[in-house]
Design a protein around this ligand. Structure first.
Ligand SMILES: [Zn+2]
Length: 572
């Protein structure tokens, strides 16, 4: 078992452990060192499955399911493309047209079924989803989560201004449809298991897209709805310089602290800023997930902390759509609740494993910017280290091994540098915590998910670091290679940096197997990927003339598109 229970607590790796999950409510009954006596004790109190106890192979281990705190479901259509524009232009060029198409409920059902399947396949057991402004299509998104068994926080997007022609709603429609949506999601079955004490599998989320697309009347109405139905809120806060400037131009005189506000509110609530405006409308609560926050000030962090509002850290999309990274380690160390988000498709990777890597790299960029190595360069000498600039005459002779004294001096210099901002580099274990226990805490489920201890819900992934193709008998991934000298921590770290969905053997949500078992899916999802029109025309030309596209190159195009079925068709 591998989990991370606490922020900066490192990884907990347990071997020879007996894990038992109750089939009645999907909760962990026991996660303890294995002993025959403990197994015998469990057998007296529970009925075991007919197949008996599952013993994991040496290359297999369990990790908690990932929590994606920010994902735009309709944008899955163009995930991996459209990365060449800044936020406000990107919305008009790629995003709004893709979302507008969701007016077609059949298309929405198709896209959302594939999205939820893809997310579960890569180990995401909980996701915060934005739908579109369309009521029925967003109901289809909630249905997809319920049918495939993913824990979903689903929101119908609200926009009554500053969108595009044909993709905007009136304030009244927006509020009416949001309330209908909340009632619809609350009427869905709570869970496949009859476990009344567990959180509902799918929850409705009030989703003002962001301040520019919502009039003050809409923001007010949404704040009222969230309070009335006691539901979650999600939106975007202070994410890019063009967005921050737009908000300031729209509501320059709204958001300042009210009379009687405390010291933190006085400092953190300002006119024309996302924090102050959301707070004014009651949209910063302890059931609230705000994405990005790259332009939030430390004073605003304190308001978020006081309100209990969470931040979805989307490291990859911050590079594409924001013009700043989030100082995530100082933010978490400040006591703020933070999880990781894919932000599909501002971030191209749905996989939270990829976002773990991006979070670490982003924090390294922060470290490199604040580290003052040139001025305090550690000069290595034969006797130890000194904090002066190296010079030619005192240069370290080549080929001499570093002494323990030198290594510890380097470590101390690095620590001193990090401490200038309470440290800034995330370890892979910190990032894994953000993706699991941290994300669960940000989603209000810190006491339910994210670790393997008795009483917690079993939301988990069974990882196999050396999966074998049953037809060929060969290991399917050559990138992740193991060697005899690898420690247990090495194996886990290699998976974290080099693994992908091929290494996710099964996935469980509240004890129910949702990958690697028979979950009802539309047949089309089981087949090869849909053929884009651009590739269909290649196939037509090839068939008509027999020579316009030679078979070899048509196959190469098809192979690049990722489907054996496609290649066979092209060769016809
Ligand atoms: Zn977003």
């Amino acid at each position: 078992l591998v989990d991370a229970r606490e922020w900066q607590g490192g990884l907990r790796v347990r071997t020879d452990t007996l894990l038992a999950v109750s089939a009645l409510d999907g909760r962990i009954v026991c996660a303890e060192p294995y002993s025959a006596a403990r197994e015998a004790d469990l057998r007296t109190r529970f009925v075991f499955p007919a197949e008996g106890v599952t013993v994991l192979a040496p290359t297999q281990f369990l990790v908690p399911g990932f929590v994606d705190t920010h994902c735009h479901a309709p944008q899955f259509q163009f995930a991996g493309a459209g990365t060449d524009r800044d936020l406000m232009i990107w919305l008009q060029t790629y995003t709004f047209p893709a979302e507008k198409r969701m007016a077609d409920v059949k298309l929405a059902q198709h896209v959302y079924a594939r999205l939820v399947h893809a997310a579960l396949s890569s180990g995401t057991t909980t996701a915060f989803y934005y739908g579109t402004i369309h009521l029925e299509a967003t109901q289809a998104l909630a249905d997809a989560c319920a049918q495939q068994g993913q824990r979903g926080f689903v929101g119908k997007v609200n926009m009554d201004q500053h969108s595009m022609d044909g993709y905007v709603e009136s304030t009244e429609e927006s509020l009416r449809d949001t309330e209908t949506f909340i009632q619809y999601v609350k009427s869905l079955p709570r869970h496949a298991l009859d476990a009344p004490k567990s959180p509902a599998l799918v929850q409705p989320v009030v989703t003002p897209r962001f301040i520019p697309t919502c009039s003050p009347a809409l923001l007010q109405g949404l704040g009222d709805l969230a309070r009335k139905h006691d539901v979650w809120i999600q939106s975007h806060a202070s994410e890019s310089s063009d967005q921050v400037a737009f908000v300031l131009s729209l509501l320059p005189e709204l958001g300042a602290a009210k009379p009687g506000a405390d010291e933190h509110e006085q400092a953190g609530l300002q006119n024309g800023r996302c924090t102050g405006i959301f707070d004014h409308f009651g949209l910063l609560s302890n059931k609230c997930m705000m994405a990005h926050g790259t332009f939030l000030t430390p004073a605003e962090w304190n308001v978020f902390r006081a309100r209990g509002t969470s931040i979805a850290h989307c490291p990859l999309s911050n590079y594409f759509c924001s013009d700043k990274y989030l100082k995530v380690k100082p933010l978490v160390s400040n006591g703020n609740k933070v999880g990781l988000g894919s932000d599909v498709a501002g971030g191209y990777a749905l996989s939270i494993l990829q976002n773990i890597r991006h979070a670490v790299v982003t924090s390294k960029v922060h470290t490199n910017e604040i580290t003052t190595w040139p001025d305090t360069a550690v000069h290595l000498s034969a006797k130890g280290a000194s904090h002066s600039k190296p010079s030619a005459e005192h240069a370290e002779p080549l080929g001499r091994p570093l002494s323990p004294e030198v290594l510890s001096a380097l470590e101390a210099a690095k620590k001193a540098s990090d401490n200038t901002v309470n440290g800034s580099t995330l370890s892979y274990a910190d990032a894994f915590w953000l993706a699991t226990a941290g994300g669960a805490e940000a989603a209000g489920l810190g006491h339910e998910l994210g670790r393997f201890d008795a009483g917690f819900l079993f939301d988990a992934q069974l990882i196999d670091v050396a999966p074998v193709d049953e037809r060929t008998g060969l290991v399917v991934s050559s990138q992740l290679s193991l060697f005899e000298t690898d420690s247990l921590q090495d194996v886990v770290q290699k998976w974290m940096h080099l693994g992908d969905d091929r290494h996710v053997r099964s996935v469980f949500v509240q004890g129910r197997q949702v990958k690697g078992a028979e979950i009802p899916l539309p047949d089309e999802l089981r087949k090869a990927s849909v053929l884009p029109a651009a590739l269909q025309s290649l196939r037509r030309n090839s068939a008509a003339s027999g020579a316009v596209v030679p078979v070899a190159s048509a196959s190469a195009v098809a192979a690049a598109a990722g489907g054996a079925t496609v290649a066979a068709s092209a060769a016809q």
